[in-house]
Design a protein around this ligand. Structure first.
Ligand code: PLP
Length: 375
């Protein structure tokens, strides 16, 4: 099996699965219980919070566990818009965000907020100038992704944060760092960031766990209310097995961050070389800044058919984001690609578990597909 779809999701790291199993079967107490089992679960929760916090250089009190990146983003955007609605109704985001952000913004529009969707350049970047020009007196929130899930491009969040705080001091800055977490260093404090979303299943933890970084003093209205868990920000008994696994996966990934990055860089280079040698007619889409993602079109070879051909050789990639399920990619459209190029795009996304054999298997399968499909 050659799984090259790590932007969609990742396999759970065995040590993370072990941590979840232990929390499910042995240390299964409710962290709110007063007895020993509860106290042990609360200690597990605290330790996990500290692990995630240290990975992004913040304090444990600034990390709130959620069920996924989508929930973190919903909590951040609805909370920030509601908190700041007396100062203005204008929100800035980008046209290439994940659906978690775009759909939340659409909902906010239906509730009377106005949203500017910044368009990327042909490489897939949002320019600092465009960001600056979009800000108004009534801008109360900006939400920008760190790493684009389809292209692997990185946004200049440090400049955006600085400009936002200077021009609109009351505005809050949310960063969707789901695709950057444990791949590149995250430094919300240096980015003037108030809120940041991360997710477990992209880093080798199970599905069903995410976190929201909320800078101390931000105090948003909670999205879920009830028993007051997560300092009142996210009620519901904490999913300790998932949280323990998230912390373990994070610890492992952060310990190997540099060598993992170098490994993925080598795989990316092998892939690019293989593509340019064997398919000189293929077209790379966007200018990826991190090596974990490569988006490439094989004109004449429809992505959906190519996916099936690749699958028959146990090579798994994607035609766009997993959430878009066959719909035309809004990201590739936004960078101005024509239909033929969009319809023939494949996204290869690596994790440090991949090998050169995976790259070779992909290239061989594409060759087979191209022979069948290209006219
Ligand atoms: N943001 C980005 C950039 C993503 O790639 C994803 C998932 O693909 C999400 C948010 C949503 O994360 P989750 O699947 O944990 O809800």
């Amino acid at each position: 099996m050659h799984y090259l779809d790590h932007s969609a999701t990742t396999a759970v790291i065995p040590e993370a699965a072990q941590a979840a199993l232990r929390a499910m079967c042995d240390a299964f107490g409710n962290p709110s219980s007063q007895h020993r089992m509860g106290i042990e679960a609360a200690a597990e929760l605290k330790a996990a919070r500290e692990t995630i916090a240290s990975a992004i250089g913040c304090s444990g009190g600034e990390i709130y566990f959620t069920s996924c990146g989508t929930e973190s983003t919903n909590t951040a955007l609805f909370g920030a818009a509601f908190k700041n609605r007396h100062f203005g109704k204008h929100i800035v985001t980008t046209a290439i965000e994940h659906a978690a952000t775009l759909q939340t913004c659409k909902r906010l529009e239906s509730e009377g907020f106005r949203v500017t969707y910044l368009q990327p350049d042909a490489d897939g970047h949002i320019t600092v100038e465009d960001f600056q020009n979009a800000l108004e007196d009534g801008t109360i929130l900006a939400s920008v992704m760190l790493v684009n899930n389809e292209l692997g491009t990185m946004m200049d969040v440090a400049s955006f944060g600085k400009i936002l705080k200077r021009r609109c001091p009351k505005a809050l800055f949310h960063i969707d760092a789901v695709q950057g977490f444990c791949r590149v260093p995250l430094t919300p404090a240096k980015w003037s960031c108030d809120l940041m979303s991360i997710s477990g299943h992209k880093i080798g933890a199970p599905k069903g766990i995410g976190a929201l970084y909320m800078k101390k003093g931000t105090n948003l209205r909670p999205y879920l209310v009830g028993g007051g868990q997560e300092s009142g920000m996210r009620s519901g008994t904490e999913a300790i097995p998932n949280i323990a696994a998230f912390a373990k996966a994070c610890e492992i990934r952060m310990t190997h961050l540099k060598e993992d990055y170098a490994l993925v860089e080598r795989l990316n280079a092998a892939l690019r070389n293989g593509i340019s040698e064997r398919f000189p007619w293929a077209l790379v889409n966007g200018a990826a800044d991190i090596p974990h993602v490569l988006n490439v079109s094989f004109p004449g070879c429809k992505s959906e058919v190519m996916l099936r051909v690749l699958e028959s050789d146990e090579v798994y990639v994607s035609a766009g984001s997993a959430c878009s399920k066959g719909k035309e990619s809004h990201v590739l459209k936004a960078i101005g690609l024509d239909k033929a190029r969009i319809d023939s795009a494949l996204r290869v996304s690596f994790s440090p578990t991949n090998t050169e054999q995976d790259v070779e298997a992909f290239l061989n399968a594409v060759e087979k597909g191209a022979k069948m499909l290209k006219r």
